[in-house]
Design a protein around this ligand. Structure first.
Ligand SMILES: [Zn+2]
Length: 315
């Protein structure tokens, strides 16, 4: 197959447009600022211009057969609507798919960024060969995309994958969603920073004691953990355990085969994965005990490659 696909990753600050082969190789990548305040029509025209530029770079003789869009927001993929998105104020029920189909003269598919990233990792990344898998993105928020039976699972309202808001302790800390004890309240960036503040009095010699806690990031904590700092390691260990309990519930419910971790906090990799895996092995029933937690492989290209994977489902 020599068919090529557009992968379009629309974020709040940047839009990435790429041309991807059917083997998942990115031939061209172009980034433009999202400029969402200019409205959907202007942004879509600029995306189409960028796509056409990419088309010229790969050569007009190469056949681009479909386009996929991943966007950070509530998406109705079936009807091609972007219902709403925090990063796109004023964009309500935008028929992105129909508009881009009209401009690019190609079939276009769309889904939210978490689902698209999960599909990308399943098709070309760390989830390859595991048709029942979940990708969890760890950052300020904790999101997830589910692939079940080799297909994105969206649920009744397109709202599946809210892994970060599974309650693991009804008396736990307050989450950004307003509820108590969600996975995100422990594993999201703010939860991790809260744990540093809680434990710091017990570790006066920690390298984190001299840091400005107001500007501390998971990357800083990771640096300390790698240098052997006991507090930094404990904070990731605890976050990993909380993650493991949440993942155990998912594995027991859905009998998935693999969990892929991506996002900024996932850069803390081994520290979090090890303790999450230990807990998962304890709480998972039966076949769930063989489920491995691994790091995502597609990195910054996940958006483009995932969106292109979605486009491939159209052909
Ligand atoms: Zn929550």
């Amino acid at each position: 197959m020599n068919d090529l696909f557009f992968g379009i990753d629309i974020g709040g600050t940047t839009v990435n447009v790429g041309v991807v082969t059917s083997e998942g190789q990115v031939l061209v990548e172009q980034k433009i600022p999202s400029t969402v305040e200019q409205g959907a029509a202007v942004v879509l025209t600029r995306i189409a211009d960028t796509a056409n530029k990419c088309r010229e770079i790969v050569g007009n003789d190469r056949s681009i057969v479909a386009a996929g869009i991943g966007v950070a927001g509530l998406v109705d993929g079936k009807n091609g609507l972007l219902h709403q998105a925090t990063n796109f104020p004023g964009w309500m029920d935008v028929p992105l798919t129909a508009k881009l189909t009209g401009i690019l003269k190609l079939p276009v598919a769309m889904d939210n960024d978490a689902n698209v990233a999960a599909l990308g990792e399943y098709t070309f990344g760390a989830g390859r060969g595991f048709p029942h898998m979940m990708m969890v993105t760890l950052g300020t928020g904790v999101g997830a995309g589910l692939v079940l039976g080799g297909q994105i699972y969206r649920g009744a309202h397109g709202a599946a994958g809210e892994f970060g808001h599974i309650t693991i302790d009804k008396n736990g800390p307050r989450c950004a969603c307003g509820r108590a004890g969600c996975v995100e309240a422990y594993v999201g960036t703010n939860g991790i920073l809260r744990r540093v503040r809680e434990l710091l009095p017990q570790f006066p010699d920690s390298g984190l004691a001299s840091c400005d806690l107001g500007s501390l990031t998971p990357k800083d904590i990771h640096r300390q953990a790698c240098a052997g700092d006991a507090l930094a390691q404990l904070v990731f260990h605890d976050a990993g355990e909380s993650l493991g309990y949440g993942l155990g519930s998912v594995v027991n419910l859905l009998d998935i085969q693999r969990i892929v971790l991506g996002g900024g906090v996932a850069a803390a990799g081994d520290f979090i994965i090890k303790s999450a895996q230990n807990i998962l092995n304890k709480v998972a029933l039966n076949s769930g005990q063989t489920v491995e937690i691994v790091q995502a492989e597609l990195g910054e290209l996940a958006g483009i490659v995932g969106a292109a994977s979605l486009a491939m489902s159209l052909t």
